[in-house]
Every structure is written in structure tokens, then in C-alpha cells.
Write a new protein. Structure first.
Length: 213
């Protein structure tokens, strides 16, 4: 088992424990972690054992994660005057990418267009959050903030995986060693799973109430 999958299992256990205590870092976080666990471990194991192409699963999985990330940052901004436009944009992104996934996306390629478009939409809101808690609320302890670990894990994952996913569709053709690039991608997955773990550990910490106002 890859190291990042072990971290996912621990993160799921911590999230379940804190949920039982009445704490979640973000709405539906335990449900999200359960989805990640199911698709990353038992379903992925089944697909590999049956020697089925895992590209459709990976493409769908990356979209579901992006949808949740966007929901998290929509939720923290939902009281702002432009939140309706953001909500509409997210709904349109979900609809378009799912139509592309099931109607047009080739089964043997990574959907880098939807992947990158989702992060282009997401990253400004993560940077906005960091700006607000670091500069507008300097006395807020960001080191116990679940958003801090969530954001940095996602940013490190994306910046490390972007060049790999950007070229992997080209490298797959007539390249018997392309599995090496998936191994490199798993290094980025370690940071992403650590992001979930950090968020799960800091479940009791809430951002300053004025951030979402």
C-alpha cells in the first residue's frame, strides 16, 4: 500500500472520531473522507485486480475532490455579496465537467482541461483566505487552523502534479515506463493526504467569524 493511502486511513479514523465528538473542520468532511477512502483504496484495488483502465475513475475522482474543495470555500464566503455569482459559477463548472466526463472524455486520457480549470477557479479563494487570516487577523493562530493545512496541501499537490499531468497524456503513447510518472504523482498525493490529516486533527478550530461576513 502506498504511504499516502495509509495516511488517508488514519485521517478517516480521526475525522470519524471528531465527528462523533461533534466537530468537523468543514461541512460534510467525514462524508468526503469516506468517499476518498472508498475510491482510493477498495475501488482502485478492484480495478487494478480486474485489469480495467483506471483513467475514468481517476478523472471522476479528481472532479469530485474539486467539487468538494470549491464547496468548502463557497461555504466560507456564502455571506458575501458576490456569493450567488460564485455559486452559479460552481454549479456550471460541475455540470459542464460531468457532461464532458460521461459524454466526450476519452477513456485512456487524463482530463487535464477540467482539472486545471477547477484549480484556476479554486486557487484565488484559497489565497484570499490566507490573506485575510494572516494580514487582517494577525492574532489568529493559523497553525491550529484546519484551512491552513488544507490550503497548503492542495497547493503543493497541484503545483507538483501540474507538470506531470500536463504531459502524461503525451508520455503514455508508446512509452512502457510511464508508470514512473504515476509514482511521482503519488508523492504529491502524500501532501494532499497530509492536508486532510491536518484538517481532521484541527477540527475544533474555527476561522474568525468576520471572514465569511
Amino acid at each position: 500500500m502506498q504511504f499516502y493511502k495509509a495516511i488517508l486511513i488514519v485521517s478517516l479514523a480521526v475525522a470519524a472520531w471528531n465527528k462523533n465528538k461533534g466537530h468537523e473542520p468543514f461541512p460534510y468532511f467525514l462524508s468526503f473522507m469516506a468517499m476518498v477512502f472508498i475510491l482510493e483504496i477498495p475501488v482502485d484495488y478492484y480495478i487494478q485486480k480486474r485489469d480495467i483502465s483506471n483513467y475514468p475513475l481517476k478523472n471522476l475522482f479528481s472532479k469530485l475532490c474539486l467539487f468538494y474543495y470549491l464547496f468548502v470555500f463557497y461555504n466560507i464566503n456564502k455571506k458575501k455579496v458576490w456569493s450567488r455569482k460564485l455559486g452559479f459559477t460552481i454549479i456550471m463548472f460541475i455540470c459542464v465537467t460531468l457532461i464532458w466526463q460521461f459524454g466526450f472524455q476519452a477513456r485512456n486520457t487524463i482530463d487535464i482541461v477540467s482539472y486545471n480549470a477547477g484549480y484556476v477557479l479554486l486557487i484565488p479563494f484559497m489565497l484570499q483566505y490566507l490573506y485575510e487570516v494572516i494580514y487582517r487577523y494577525p492574532y489568529f493562530n493559523v497553525f491550529i487552523d484546519p484551512y491552513l493545512y488544507f490550503i497548503f496541501g492542495i497547493l503543493i499537490f497541484y503545483t507538483s502534479s501540474f507538470p506531470i499531468l500536463g504531459f502524461i497524456n503525451l508520455l503514455i503513447t508508446d512509452n512502457p515506463h510511464y508508470i514512473i510518472y504515476f509514482d511521482l504523482l503519488n508523492i504529491g498525493n502524500i501532501f494532499l493526504s497530509l492536508a486532510y490529516f491536518g484538517a481532521a486533527i484541527c477540527s475544533t478550530t474555527k476561522p474568525p467569524s468576520t471572514i465569511s461576513s
